[in-house]
Design a protein around this ligand. Structure first.
Ligand code: AMP
Length: 321
């Protein structure tokens, strides 16, 4: 694996691959890599292998490691965010990554980055965006810049950061960027905790309790599915709607009782990210096909001690018949 820190050699390598008509798959990260990141590299490799032209155009799997100051708030952990480039490079190399781009802040932002990507408030100012003002603007700005440098055909993101993957997908569509966005499944520890670089901040006791976040989301999903399954006259999704706020409150209270400080627990439609409360009878036909198609996602962020964790769970409201 080649590691590059500067833009000029990166552009040269990308241009050579492009000339040979190789495909480029890209995995942007902030480093401190774990199995979740490495499975994105596997997915990138599969995409490149499936669509490249064999030995004549072998394609390229590119990862980036850049702790992006633009997406950290003033009281967040930019300075203390875990960094270990040598370890990360060895992991990427062992996993078959071809090129690591690891620029400095000065390389990415040689002058103040005053041009920024503004995100639509209904996507970028809710949930994570409500609690971390400017976060998605910072993410989109760096991701757009990295896309311009790496020129990927496909970029792989993790579903663990569900809202982030969704916003990047919308950005790519609305700005007409010539690449596909893939959201890969969340990789979890055996006890269900979503792998995250920030798990390193947890004490042993907190680590043992951390799966409670996922368990709370699964319980919420089950309670709404139970409400939907009891529907007699109305479509299942509509039958579950009145229960959403109560289910969110139960989940928030459960987390508080377990010693967490939750920022939010919110249910959204997986199709359009609207609150399901916005569903209308017209929008939800009672046909079995439409009912089988109703997918919701519940997203949450909560602090355990000093560590803020996020997770989400997407599910089909009614099990397939
Ligand atoms: P980060 O370095 O935390 O910014 O994450 C870089 C990429 O890895 C993002 O697309 C994340 O969604 C993804 N990612 C982080 N944790 C996981 C995980 N547990 N499973 C799958 N993808 C993940």
């Amino acid at each position: 694996m080649q590691t590059l820190h500067d833009i000029a050699p990166l552009r040269a390598r990308i241009a050579a691959v492009r000339r040979a008509e190789g495909r480029i798959a890209f995995v942007p990260t902030m480093g401190s890599l774990h199995e979740g990141h490495l499975q994105l590299i596997d997915e990138a490799r599969r995409r490149v292998a499936a669509e490249s032209g064999g030995d004549s155009a072998p394609g390229l799997v590119v990862a980036s490691i850049f702790v992006n100051p633009l997406q950290f708030g003033p009281s967040e952990d930019f300075d203390s965010y875990p960094r270990d480039l040598d370890r990360d490079a060895a992991l990427l190399d062992a996993r078959g990554c071809d090129l690591l781009f690891a620029p400095s802040v000065r390389t990415m932002y040689p002058v103040a980055q005053t041009f920024r990507v503004q995100t639509p408030p209904e996507l970028g100012a809710v949930l994570e965006g409500a609690f971390r003002p400017g976060f998605f603007e910072g993410v989109c700005t760096v991701v757009l810049k990295l896309f311009n440098l790496v020129q990927p055909d496909v970029a792989i993101f993790g579903s663990k950061d569900y809202q982030q993957a969704l916003i990047v997908r919308h950005m790519v569509q609305q700005l007409g960027l010539p690449l596909d966005i893939v959201a890969a499944p969340t990789v979890r520890a055996e006890d269900g905790l979503a792998l995250s670089s920030r798990n390193a901040y947890l004490s042993a006791d907190e680590r043992a309790r951390a799966p409670q976040l996922r368990q709370t989301l699964l319980a919420l999903a089950q309670s709404l599915s139970d409400a939907a399954a009891s529907a007699v006259m109305s479509p299942a999704a509509l039958a579950a709607v009145p229960h959403i706020e109560a289910a969110q409150d139960v989940a928030l209270q459960r987390l508080r009782d377990l010693g967490w400080s939750p920022d939010y627990v919110e249910v959204r439609s997986a199709r359009d990210f609207c609150p399901p409360q916005a569903l209308s009878a017209e929008a939800v036909s009672a046909s079995p096909e439409a009912q089988a198609d109703v997918r919701w996602v519940v997203l949450a962020a909560a602090r355990l001690g000093k560590t803020r964790l996020i997770d989400n769970h997407e599910w089909q409201l009614l099990p397939p018949a």
